[in-house]
Design a binder for this molecule. Structure first.
Ligand SMILES: [Zn+2]
Length: 78
């Protein structure tokens, strides 16, 4: 593992910010690169993406903060 590449843990920890595009381009690019080579993180990111899609669809029915908390709690179990 080279020093300039992220670990799976770091990728997962920043996944929300990554999907929200809140990370700077360098970190975001590093995550992109990690996802290209790490199947585990890639499927996690895909799962997350789909989940967020659903969140957006149901946003009108449930306060986003509450939903976000529930999703994070759910992910913490992995
Ligand atoms: Zn990974």
């Amino acid at each position: 593992m080279s020093s300039d590449s992220l670990t799976c843990e770091e990728v997962i920890r920043q996944l929300f910010a990554y999907l929200d595009r809140e990370l700077d381009t360098q970190v975001s690019a590093e995550i992109d690169r990690h996802l290209e080579t790490c199947r585990e993180c890639f499927s996690r990111a895909e799962f997350e993406r789909r989940l967020r899609q659903k969140v957006r669809e149901t946003a009108r029915e449930e306060p986003p903060e509450r939903l976000q908390r529930r999703i994070r709690a759910m992910l913490d179990r992995y």
